[in-house]
Design a protein around this ligand. Structure first.
Ligand SMILES: Cc1ncc(COP(=O)(O)O)c(C=O)c1O
Length: 429
């Protein structure tokens, strides 16, 4: 079948995520037939360099031989089993390994199957922790410009109007403090302090995206804010939730972004890269103190009864173990350092273009903010289409072009990604 034939079939039935389907009257959908390494390939044989890791999930390339083999092995034994009352070795191995990789106080793990669900779980748990102790704390605090997912709780702690505003009347109550990515660190801490003071005794937790507010235009801030926020949360007796759904597993240059702040959150949410872009899986990690708040006789009514049908899916856990094997065996975090430096060097030239406001980078994430275009021009869409013609797949956020490549990209591939984009942006002047 051809791209066109498949697109026609698709449009008869499917409503795609984060899409205005009318756009596809002019903008073709791209049916993907196969993918290998850094490239995805459509039904007409066009190949595209996957510069955004298929929505920030892919780490070691498509159809990775090692991950494929570990999935095949797991399929022979067990694909999935109910995770209430049953368990399996891939989940146990994964839990043990994640506990070993994360800060000391994070000792226990709750499994789910996507990033938004992990956020929901951390919000519910933090609320119920206090409820189990006889305290009502119905409020959650997050940062301006934050994004934590699309389910109602995750949306409520988000601050990206484009996704949230329409639902504001039916969301749980949250308060947003100033983002350190948009104001100075001191102002952001003061803003957080005044929010926590104003709502003292009512807040269960503060949730942040450490170092990079990804969906919020790839806005970045320093690790010292996180360390100061940790102190503030302790002062006010509220939990700190680190949402590393997007930035975990090496994206910011360290395995987890919180490492750069030298602190431990009370909850750590992980997803996306956890399975290297293969399977839906997420985890919420938390302390023994939190675990113990739910540990009681069943009839006491303090149990945490959250569940999803695919919680702890066996193949997903086996895949995540394969991903951790690669991190260990291939010294990935160390090897990425030269790629991070390469991206920094090669994107320098964007700074000299008049239509570029800023180039920012945090580890393997690099954003180029354009200026001088109105929202109606949909300049990001133009860049996307031009790059695609040249076999480079990027997906700008409005006027923010960004790169978040898988770690398997060679220097030649990184260069192709950067040079192609540079030529397009330069031509727009
Ligand atoms: C920081 C952050 N948290 C949560 C989510 C939601 O994850 P999911 O799309 O798997 O529900 C995202 C998704 O992009 C994210 O970037």
């Amino acid at each position: 079948m051809t791209n066109h034939e498949l697109m026609q079939e698709d449009l008869k039935y499917i409503f795609h995520p984060c899409s205005q389907m009318k756009d596809h009257e002019k903008l073709p959908l791209i049916p993907i037939k196969k993918a290998k390494g850094s490239y995805i390939e459509d039904y007409d044989g066009n190949r595209y360099l996957d510069c955004i890791s298929s929505w920030w999930v892919n780490l070691f390339g498509h159809s990775n031989e090692y991950i494929n083999s570990r999935i095949r092995d797991q399929l022979e034994d067990l694909e999935h089993v109910i995770f209430a009352g049953f368990t399996h070795k891939p989940a146990i191995d994964l839990a043990r390994r994640l506990v070993a990789l994360t800060p000391e106080p994070l000792k226990k793990i709750f499994f789910a199957d996507n990033g938004s669900s992990a956020i929901e779980i951390s919000l519910k748990m933090s609320f119920q922790y206090f409820k189990n102790r006889g305290e009502e704390r119905p409020l959650f605090v997050s940062l301006q410009n934050s994004y934590h997912g699309e389910t109602m709780g995750a949306l409520a702690v988000s601050d990206t109007g484009l996704y949230k505003d329409i639902y504001k009347d039916i969301l749980i109550k949250t308060v947003q403090a100033a983002s350190p990515a948009l104001v100075s660190e001191d102002e952001a801490i003061e803003s957080m302090r005044s929010v926590l003071q104003e709502h003292h005794g009512k807040v269960s937790s503060v949730v942040i995206e450490p170092l990079v507010q990804c969906a919020g235009s790839m806005q970045m801030y320093g690790a010292t804010y996180i360390a100061k926020l940790r102190t503030l949360c302790d002062e006010f007796g509220v939990f700190l939730i680190a949402d590393e759904v997007a930035v975990g597993f090496g994206r910011t240059g360290t395995m987890f972004a919180i490492e750069q702040a030298g602190i431990s959150p009370d909850f750590l949410c992980l997803s996306k890269g956890i399975t290297g872009g293969y399977m839906p899986l997420s985890v919420v990690m938390f302390t023994n103190d939190i675990y113990n708040a739910f540990y009681c006789d069943y009839n006491e009514g303090k149990s945490f009864l959250d569940s999803h049908s695919y919680t702890g899916n066996t193949i997903a856990c086996a895949t995540a173990n394969a991903v951790l094997d690669i991190f260990e065996q291939e010294n990935v975090i160390e090897n990425n350092k030269s790629k991070i430096a390469f991206i920094a060097r090669e994107t320098e030239k964007f700074k000299r273009l008049k239509n570029v406001k800023e180039v920012r980078q945090c580890g393997m994430i690099c954003a180029i903010e354009l200026q001088g275009y109105s929202a109606q021009e949909r300049i990001g869409l133009h860049v996307f289409q031009e790059a695609l013609k040249q076999g480079v797949y990027i997906r700008p956020l409005g006027h923010i072009i960004y790169f978040m490549p898988p770690y398997c990209f060679s220097e030649d591939e990184l260069l192709k990604m950067i040079e192609t984009t540079y030529e397009i942006v330069n031509k727009m002047l």
